[in-house]
Design a binder for this molecule. Structure first.
Ligand code: AMP
Length: 586
């Protein structure tokens, strides 16, 4: 491939896919996409070394979708992932990119989901299956998964599958799928065991690895903040309002749509902000840059492409709101600060799943990143109060207030209030747009955690590995309560999630053991980064509720169970298949 790929339109993808990519707001292919898509379209096997966050899902999904025969409803591609959450995410990604492919169907298949539901869904047929190894093995054994038309097999996060003890299952699956298929293997690291799988099951694979030379950026202090996507806006607000030496910031996001959305949200929170993306005309872009230079705006939300070459000396902070695809993009981004010999600050938001990228960046820049402790809501409030007081003092010093003195005097005479109370009421009115008492939407933000090291096979003693078969045995405990089977479940939230390395069976075990609620009364469980949701009966006995809210811990973490409000938004994982029972607020 000698041609450099800068646009999705250069990749020979069908129009329906290009239209979907435009709609999701992707501007350019990420390096791993530019490198992998052409050989995958040409039918080569690919061995890709790529972390989460590089865009690897689209790198394999787009060629599969390009080649899919919609008329044939038996599985043409099988994607194996280590966890059920990843299966759901990958399936959602397929669905998103296929929104203009009529009749396209992707089916996630994972352990813990009802077998009979899965059997029915498989019977109905799907073009792509995404699943965890244990359950896929079950279906191959039962002959409920017809792989005769399979053309592509993807092993996603192969080193994770190895770490979790699934590699024998993966080998078994590879041995039970048609030989004449394309095999794609993505892994964040390449331990020998993964290389052996590649050697055995791939045909002259193209090895793809995006490398960047080490670059020094010594005048820039680099910090990271581990955070999940839902909390990023809150974290950004806190940082923008409390950072010392703040002058102006550039906030990097991944998509054009995100530049506009985030700029709007920051504006609503009282910041002077502009968006910069590849859809804007040159003239518009120049205007935003000019506004940033002369101080009309202090924050610009940009994509990588739009911020290329941006040189504004007053940018004191670069915030990587969404992680860059690779170290080269990272170095380029943070180079927007620390200009003209000044010092700069770079802050990287990183989700639990993206942690590996941190090490990769550290290696590429030769610098260690500091963990950033998010400023508390109180610190934000203190800052706002200080600014407010300063504003009042400046107004007292510079404005002619005679007319307003009369208004206040009349007010005092006509009410029972004294002047302090009148002043307090006016302060209240003045702060309504930007409340002095900062209320975080995320009351208990987790403290930053040190990143995990590289996950090497030998770092995990055998007994720490999860059991090979995925479906956790549901604990048998003494059941203390009977609930009405006809009353639908409702959702509760608990403050433990992926970063605490929990599994659904830990949640079932904790609830059942600590309260005596039978496991049959525990419904759908969804794990998120630092919290989870679990369905339970609506009328939990007060003593059980109290135990779960205040005393129960999983892996040393208090779970602090509470019922989710009817209008409380919880992002996907989207539910596929039928829920076990209909929820009250659906
Ligand atoms: P992945 O590494 O596949 O988990 O992707 C990480 C994130 O990057 C996902 O949120 C994708 O939606 C997003 N993404 C993937 N490719 C692109 C692209 N070319 N432009 C912008 N965002 C992308």
């Amino acid at each position: 491939m000698t041609q450099t790929i800068e646009q999705f339109s250069q990749l020979q993808l069908r129009d329906e896919i290009l239209a979907a990519l435009r709609e999701v707001g992707y501007e350019t292919p990420s390096p791993i996409q530019a490198a992998c898509i052409p050989p995958l379209l040409a039918g080569y096997d690919v061995l890709g070394e790529a972390q989460t966050g590089t865009g690897k899902t689209a790198a394999f999904a787009l060629p599969i979708l390009h080649k899919v025969d919609l008329a044939q409803r038996s599985p043409q591609a099988l994607v194996l992932t280590p966890t059920r959450e990843l299966s759901l995410q990958v399936a959602e990604a397929f669905q998103r990119y296929a929104c203009h492919l009529p009749g396209f169907h992707v089916l996630p298949v994972y352990g813990g989901q009802s077998m009979s539901v899965q059997l029915r869904q498989l019977k109905r047929g799907a073009h792509v299956i995404v699943g965890t190894p244990g359950r896929i093995m079950d279906h191959i054994e039962r002959e409920s998964l017809d792989l005769s038309a399979l053309r592509t097999l993807v092993l996603d996060e192969a080193d994770e599958m190895l770490r979790m003890g699934f590699i024998d299952d993966v080998q078994w699956i590879l041995e039970h799928t048609p030989d004449l298929r394309q095999t794609v293997l993505f892994s964040a690291t390449m331990p020998d065991a993964i290389r052996r799988v590649a050697l055995q099951h791939q045909q002259e694979p193209l090895e793809i690895r995006i490398e960047a030379p080490t670059t020094t950026v010594s005048t820039i202090r680099q910090r990271f903040c581990q955070i999940n996507n839902a909390h990023k806006l809150d974290a950004l607000t806190r940082i923008l309002e409390t950072e010392e030496n703040f002058d102006a910031a550039i906030v990097f996001v991944r998509t054009k749509t995100a530049t506009v959305e985030l700029a709007g949200k920051l504006e609503a929170r009282g910041h002077s902000v502009g968006a910069l993306n590849g859809d804007m005309t040159q003239q518009l872009r120049e205007r935003v840059i000019e506004q940033l230079k002369n101080g009309d705006i202090d924050v610009v939300v940009a994509t990588d492409v739009a911020a290329r070459g941006l040189d504004v000396a007053r940018i004191s902070h670069v915030i990587n709101y969404d992680i860059p695809y690779d170290t080269e993009a990272y170095v380029h981004r943070i180079g927007r600060t620390g200009r003209a010999g000044r010092e700069g600050e770079a802050i990287l938001f990183i989700t639990a799943r993206e942690q590996r990228m941190l090490r990769v960046i550290e290696r590429a820049t030769g610098q260690k990143m500091e963990a950033l402790s998010l400023p508390s809501p109180q610190a934000v409030a203190d800052r706002r109060v200080a600014q407010f007081c300063q504003h009042v003092q400046e107004t007292l010093a510079s404005e002619d207030l005679d007319f307003f003195l009369e208004v206040v005097t009349t007010l005092e005479q006509n009410t029972d209030a004294d002047l302090y109370e009148v002043a307090a009421a006016l302060a209240f009115l003045a702060q309504r747009e930007r409340p002095l008492r900062y209320e975080s939407q995320v009351p208990d933000m987790p403290p930053p955690r040190a990143p995990r090291g590289f996950l090497r096979e030998d770092r995990f003693p055998r007994e720490d590995r999860p059991p090979r078969r995925e479906r956790p045995p549901r604990p048998r405990t003494e059941e203390l309560y009977d609930f009405d089977e006809n009353v639908p479940f409702v959702r509760y939230r608990i403050e433990v999630g992926h970063i605490h390395r929990i599994r659904p069976k830990d949640i079932v075990g904790a609830i059942a053991n600590e309260t005596g609620i039978g496991s049959r009364y525990i419904g759908q469980i969804n794990l998120y980064e630092d919290y989870s949701t679990v369905e339970l009966p609506p009328e939990l006995p007060p003593e059980a509720l109290q135990i779960l809210a205040t005393q129960t811990r999983i892996r040393q973490q208090p779970i602090q169970l509470r019922r989710l409000g009817d209008d409380e938004f919880v992002p996907p994982p989207r539910r596929f298949g039928k829920p076990r029972r209909r929820r009250e607020h659906e």
